[in-house]
Design a protein. Structure first.
Length: 107
């Protein structure tokens, strides 16, 4: 299993690929277009199972549709919620992390 994190913007997407041990094995950037994203997903998923993640934003549905059409699974996260959850987990009052990050799935 490999894990692809994407920072998606209107013109360009920055990505980082981790292996199962959490080590960075690839990184780069590419235009945020369907053909370029499809080529990336197909290249990275040709060797091993790929799980993708992205922050929720204006391009969320577009990227979701491209990634799933290329055959990979993608999860979309609300980064603000993740930051708030981490802050709660670090409170010295003994508060524990409850629940899980909100994951948005289309369809």
């Amino acid at each position: 299993m490999k894990y692809l994190g994407m920072d998606v913007h209107g013109k360009a997407t920055v990505f980082c690929l981790l292996n199962a041990e959490g080590e960075v094995v690839d990184r780069g950037s590419l235009p945020t277009t369907a053909p370029d994203l499809t080529k990336l997903i197909q290249r990275l998923s040709s060797i091993d199972t790929l799980l993708c993640g992205q922050e929720v934003g204006t391009m969320t549905y577009f990227v979701h549709d491209v990634v799933t059409s290329a055959g990979a699974k993608i999860l979309s996260f609300n980064a603000q919620h993740l930051r708030m959850t981490r802050r709660r987990a670090r409170r010295p009052t003994g508060a524990t992390r409850t629940g899980s990050p909100r994951v948005f799935r289309r369809g």
